[in-house]
Design a binder for this molecule. Structure first.
Ligand code: SAM
Length: 358
């Protein structure tokens, strides 16, 4: 599938090259495939690289944002989504940066809500979430949210996020989400040795108390300070041991084989669930169904891609939906087999999680 690539002269760089042509079998109507036979149906769309937090595992205080002109417009995001949905994307997660800082969030959600998308989710730190905003998001078409909370202690939250945020702010966001029906609610916590790993079982209590899916995430090498070290990773096994010592866990049937988390309920039937995202010690790349588009229009077939495919020059030079679709099909075909965090020659991507979209 070949297309002419109209590009701005300022966009001519290595990243603006078209992906190699995928073979004909990649272009099956209504389904996006990569070259390893995985079906890609889950789009993570980042709508901003701005964030009001500076989480230590993600973004340094002096982190430089992209220029506003580099970011896609609302219409450009919607064009990308329309093309991806026509290709077989059925699930969208709006993320960032902090997506609630994106000025056009509501019109974006309204437009997504009018598209044939089965599952529309958003990841947010919840700090800017009010009842009124959440209700408007829900009415627009957002189905559910995932919040971030890395400690249950206010001093640690302040330390990790480098803000004055506190536990009550996340509890308020959970209550608002429950009240307006943005459920099921997931809450992400990145577990780091010596920082919050003594709170693992407390997070299980928190899940039970608030009837939420608590997702404990292994720290990944995606931080802007490049301070990631294997010794800072708290493994899935350690997390499971710590929780089981307080509350016996019961494995939950994997209703979604593409879910990144190992999912558990509580053996005593208490509300709440635990999900462990073990990207480092138990990679799940074989079941990956995800595709990422950054706020500046780069397709990242893998979270750890070292090569991105730039949609922006096409979007800004009047490419047709067919041209864009061909580009997406070719880009997805290049998705790497695995993230290679555990390989001796692993190279951390330039982009941090905040600039990719978590
Ligand atoms: N600002 C929103 C938030 O706080 O949820 C969305 C963006 S944030 C980058 C998305 C998710 O990425 C968060 O839940 C965070 O825990 C996760 N994350 C960021 N850096 C990470 C890292 N180095 N390892 C593991 N997870 C990370």
């Amino acid at each position: 599938m070949s297309i002419a690539l109209p590009i701005f002269s300022s966009d001519i760089d290595e990243q603006s090259q078209a992906p190699p042509l995928a073979p004909a079998q990649a272009n099956r109507p209504g389904q996006l495939f990569d070259s390893h036979g995985r079906v890609i149906h889950d789009l993570r769309l980042s709508v901003t690289d701005r964030c009001n937090y500076r989480c230590r595992y993600c973004m340094d205080p002096d982190y430089s944002y992209m220029h506003k002109m580099e970011l896609l417009s609302l219409q450009e995001y919607l064009t990308v989504v329309r093309v991806c949905v026509n290709l077989g994307i059925t699930k969208i997660r709006v993320t960032g940066g902090e997506p609630t800082l994106y000025p056009e969030l509501l019109p974006l959600l309204e437009a997504l809500g009018a598209m044939p998308i089965k599952d529309i989710a958003m990841t947010t730190n919840g700090s800017l979430m009010t009842h009124r905003r959440a209700q408007a998001w829900r009415q627009a078409g957002l189905h559910r949210i995932t919040l971030s909370l890395d400690s249950l202690r206010d001093d640690r939250i302040a330390h990790i996020t480098r803000t004055k945020s506190n536990l009550q702010s996340t509890i308020n966001a959970i209550k608002v989400a429950q009240a307006v029906g943005l459920t099921p609610i997931k809450v992400n916590a990145v577990m780091m040795r010596g920082v919050n790993d003594d709170e693992i079982a407390d997070f299980a209590d928190f899940a039970r108390e608030h009837d939420i899916d608590m997702r404990l995430i292994e720290f990944m090498p995606l931080d802007s300070s490049r301070a990631w070290d294997r010794s800072a990773v708290v493994s899935a096994d350690e997390m499971l041991d710590a929780i089981n010592a307080r509350h016996e866990l019961a494995a939950v049937d994997r209703s979604d084989p593409h879910s990144p988390s190992l999912n558990f309920g509580f053996a005593d039937g208490a509300p709440g669930r635990i999900g462990i995202i073990a990207s480092v010690t138990r990679p799940f790349c074989g079941a990956c169904s995800r595709l990422r588009v950054t706020a500046d229009g780069k397709i990242r077939p893998c979270l750890f891609s070292l090569k991105e495919w730039d949609l922006r020059p096409l979007l800004r030079n009047g490419a047709s939906d067919e041209d864009l679709a061909a580009f997406v099909v070719d880009a997805v075909w290049t998705k790497q087999k695995g993230h290679a965090i555990n390989a001796a020659d692993f190279v951390q991507p330039e982009r941090t999680m905040s600039a990719i979209g978590g």
